[in-house]
Design a binder for this molecule. Structure first.
Ligand SMILES: *Cc1c(COP(=O)(O)O)cnc(C)c1O
Length: 430
């Protein structure tokens, strides 16, 4: 059979029921699984047999949904996590420990920035942040002998920078380390980072994948392409025996295609237990079934909103990677030719005060910390998520004091534009 197209995988990937089995994914609402003998169970604990024993580590419902996302990204193995934050943490902590170093793009999600620069720093992992627009020399200079990975976002939340994935992958590989890409905003419908050289992909499935503001979740997908054994000295956790599993060496037992995800499940899920609930995995799968339909509409609406905003004299600036003239337009055309995402950032003339006044007048777009939802929502980071920062710190983070993050839903674009128009009309008279 010909390779299935992405739309079909969104609907039918992952779970493939046999004769007489449920059409919809069964929710295995069970903490535990039954075995006939202690020997059977012992084999699971030695990673000699695959199977389920306790939902803190693995659950069949989750694995069906992880498998769908794996197929969408074109990977070899995947796992669901309880949140996007857990996915980002695991993706790095699986291959880096105290004394190691990571190179990361500086324009990343604020929660990820905190995780890296505060919490993981306390664990003894050091991060060097580089601009996604840095020169090749600056990127090169960021690496150290103890660097274990490079991290970036396809489309950054909320800065909307587009990462030159190929360039960052080449730099990572030159130094014998993988490139980890957070593909949350683009989704595999619009970009598959593995096709451009990325090695590991993470997601906050809370965003477009769920798409309905119903379930917090995350996912990690491995391309199976990174050769850990070629740099075995850098990745002892994958290439030397794990004494907590009777001396299993992950790359030997599970191959390049399975080592990374098996290790993350066997060690990190076992010890931290940040697993997605099977009920949430079921809801996530419902979202995935329409991801390709929704992404198209999110992008059409965002394009229409961005084009309206850029032509309105009351708007100071607009950032949208698929908008002609945008700083990232060329990179977006390369990596996201079919559309980027539904999020548009802009500022209204009058700065911070005008932003707050404008948002108060919106009727359809609701003020929420959420993004990438079927319902249009917006946020003024300077007075919410980034409120502890001074104006100069905000500008350095790429989130100016006047920035409005406008996440276009899948409503009618004319209604969204009329909503923006009437709110702009009202701030004019203030
Ligand atoms: C929201 C988000 C995260 C964190 O995900 P949660 O599911 O909220 O934990 C990570 N990366 C990006 C790009 C995000 O937008």
């Amino acid at each position: 059979m010909k390779k299935q197209r992405i739309e079909t995988t969104c609907v039918q990937g992952g779970y493939r029921p046999g004769n007489g089995e449920p059409r919809q994914i069964p929710v295995y609402q069970s903490t535990t699984f039954k075995y006939s003998t202690s020997e059977d169970m012992g084999k699971l604990f030695d990673l000699e047999a695959s199977g389920y024993f306790y939902t803190r580590l693995q659950n069949p419902t989750n694995d069906y949904v992880a498998q769908k996302i794996c197929e969408l990204e074109g990977g070899t193995a995947a796992m669901l996590t309880s949140s996007g934050q857990a996915a980002s943490f695991y993706s790095i902590f699986n291959i880096a420990s105290c004394g190691d170093h990571i190179v990361s793009s500086s324009t990343i999600y604020g929660g990820t920035f905190n995780l890296f620069s505060v919490t993981m720093k306390r664990m003894g992992i050091e991060f060097t942040f580089v601009s996604p627009d840095c020169s090749d020399e600056e990127l090169e200079a960021a690496f150290k002998p103890n660097t274990k990975a490079v991290f970036g976002e396809t489309i950054a939340n909320p800065a909307l920078t587009v990462l030159d994935i190929e360039r960052f992958a080449n730099a990572a590989h030159k130094h014998g380390v993988p490139l980890i890409i957070d593909n949350t905003f683009a989704t595999p419908v619009n970009c598959r980072p593995f096709e451009w050289g990325a090695d590991i992909v993470t997601h906050s499935t809370t965003k477009y994948m769920d798409g309905h503001g119903a379930a917090v979740g995350g996912c990690i997908v491995d391309s199976g392409k990174f050769d850990w054994t070629a740099h075995a000295d850098k990745f002892p956790g994958l290439c030397t025996p794990d004494e907590s599993y009777h001396g299993v060496t992950y790359v030997e037992r599970f191959g390049l295609e399975g080592a990374f995800i098996t290790k993350a499940t066997a060690q990190l899920m076992r010890d931290f237990g940040s697993i997605q609930s099977p009920q949430n995995a079921f809801l996530l799968n419902m979202g995935l079934e329409s991801l390709h339909v929704r992404m198209k509409r999110h992008c059409e609406n965002a394009q229409a909103v961005a084009e309206f905003l850029v032509n309105d004299p009351r708007v100071a600036w607009v950032t949208y990677p698929s908008l002609k003239g945008d700083k990232y337009y060329d990179l977006a055309q390369k990596y996201l030719p079919n559309g980027s995402c539904g999020v548009v950032s802009f500022g209204v003339k009058g700065g911070r005060k005008a932003a707050e006044a404008f948002m108060k007048k919106l009727k359809i777009a609701a003020i929420e910390t959420h993004v990438a939802d079927a319902r249009t929502c917006c946020l003024h980071p300077a007075s919410a998520t980034h409120r502890q920062m001074t104006d100069s710190e905000l500008i350095a983070a790429g989130v100016g004091p006047d920035l409005i993050r406008f996440s276009c839903g899948i409503e009618n674009s004319e209604d969204l534009i009329e909503d923006i128009k009437q709110a702009l009309d009202k701030i004019e008279v203030i």
